[in-house]
Design a protein around this ligand. Structure first.
Ligand code: DSN
Length: 433
């Protein structure tokens, strides 16, 4: 399916052709990168709106004695509609993530994405050189949780904790490190950890050492919002996320925080880190938040987990070895160098590249214990996008069968191309937004 690009085609056919090609790719493969999704046409229209032409440094509110007061807090004129728009986005974010407790929390909808959101939060809560803790990247954390190549490790004293030997959170390890390094902030979030997180335990540890708890729920935002996975509030002081994963918004970031931290978080996003917000993205985020508040979205979010659990079961039945033996969430991590001989691959690169050629697109991923990060043993598979197009558990069975054939193909091009044709044919039966 391709979208209309009349104006673009007339002005710049080269770019129009690329847009059409990407539309077709997204409609003809099974997209299983755990962090990707499809935004609705409503979200896409809002994101493409003329709000993108507007500069609106500042906020639709001002802070007075720790209270947010709606009113023009911008530096440029012409904000009568941006103010209404951003206020709606903030109110919807609070209704989704802090229902019934909106007055105790604040939301900042301006971060350009998850990495700037995390840096803005750390910058708000820490002075340069102060210490924080996060899960190591190779164990399922995120670059911005203090990996040595990230700016968060350059400006702050970052301490990375590992998972336990069973690839699960080990609260003894975490409590011991917290006791030793006395972090001012603990940032807890995952990008390749398939299990649920016990925020009350993280909250206890943080409190015991006087740290603030930041929950990065980018991958699982829609699941925690509807309590399908444990909610980080009230244990976390701040919650960060991207808006384009489970939330199905445009690319962007979102911060929810205790009201008392609102002014310093706002100041850290703007003027400390960013300039003018991308108001067209804020428009798309507002629409995505409205959609995420609907009963349809709750059904969707439950189906995402049901599909992931079923795919995990089908993969285990067929001999794949899953890290932690299954999933509680939208994501499966498999160690393709283990499991039954018949479904093993040399490494995650071979399996993910062969699968992509066959039309099932996911990513290679390090698994705990990998010693060569450039040659990861694992793959990470997620169900948010495939569930958006309408796939259910029967489709997960079919995907598991294709994965077996891909693994057994030993990279044989004709086998992979044959599966690619089957996948393309199957995708014609789904609703791609
Ligand atoms: N790139 C995202 C992911 O795939 O998990 C994290 O930022």
């Amino acid at each position: 399916m391709s979208k209309p690009y009349e104006n673009l085609s007339a002005v710049d056919p080269e770019i129009a052709d690329l847009c059409v090609a990407e539309d077709r790719r997204q409609a003809s493969v099974i997209r299983m990168i755990a962090s990707e999704n499809y935004a609705s046409r409503a979200v896409v229209e809002a994101t493409a709106s003329t709000f993108g032409n507007k500069y609106s440094e500042g906020y639709p509110h001002k802070w007075k004695d720790g209270e947010r007061q709606w009113g023009n807090g911008r530096y440029y004129e012409g904000q009568e509609f941006t103010n209404q728009l951003e206020q709606l986005a903030i109110e919807r974010a609070l209704r989704l993530f802090a229902p019934g407790k909106e007055s105790q929390y604040h939301a900042n909808v301006q971060p350009l994405s998850g990495a700037p959101a995390n840096f803005a939060v750390l910058n708000a809560l820490l002075e340069a050189g102060e210490s924080f803790m996060g899960l190591a990247l190779g164990h399922g954390g995120h670059l911005t949780h203090g990996h040595k190549v990230n700016v968060t490790a350059k400006y702050f004293a970052a301490h990375q904790f590992p998972l336990g030997s069973d690839a699960l959170m080990d609260f003894d390890i975490i409590a011991k490190m917290a006791e030793e390094v006395k972090p001012k902030v603990m940032i807890i979030g995952t990008t390749s950890y398939p299990r649920s997180l016990d925020y009350s335990k993280f909250g206890e540890i943080a409190k015991s050492v006087g740290a603030l708890l930041v929950a990065d729920v980018a991958h699982i935002s829609g699941l925690v919002a509807h309590n399908i996975l444990p909610h980080p509030l009230p244990h976390a002081d701040v919650v960060t996320m991207t808006t384009h994963k489970m939330l199905r918004g445009p690319r962007g970031g979102l911060i929810i925080c205790r009201k008392e931290l609102g002014e310093q978080i706002d100041r850290s996003v703007f003027p400390a880190l960013q300039g003018g917000p991308h108001m067209n993205n804020v428009a798309g985020i507002a629409v995505a938040l409205k959609e995420a508040l609907s009963d349809d979205y709750v059904r969707y979010a439950k189906a995402v987990v049901e599909n992931a659990k079923h795919l995990a079961k089908c993969m285990i039945d067929r001999g794949f070895e899953l890290v932690t033996g299954g999933t509680d969430s939208h994501m499966i991590v498999a160690d393709v160098t283990k499991g039954k001989d018949s479904v093993r691959a040399a490494n995650g690169i071979v399996m993910s590249e062969d699968s992509a050629r066959a039309g099932i697109v996911f990513n290679k991923n390090a698994v705990p214990g990998d010693e060569k990060p450039w040659r990861p043993s694992g793959i990470r598979i997620g169900t948010p996008a495939s569930t958006t197009v309408g796939m259910g558990v029967a489709d997960m069975e079919q995907i598991a069968d294709w994965l077996v054939r891909i693994a057994q193909s030993k990279s044989d091009g004709s086998t992979l191309d044959a599966i690619r044709r089957e996948v393309g044919e199957a995708m014609t039966g789904f609703r791609v937004p």
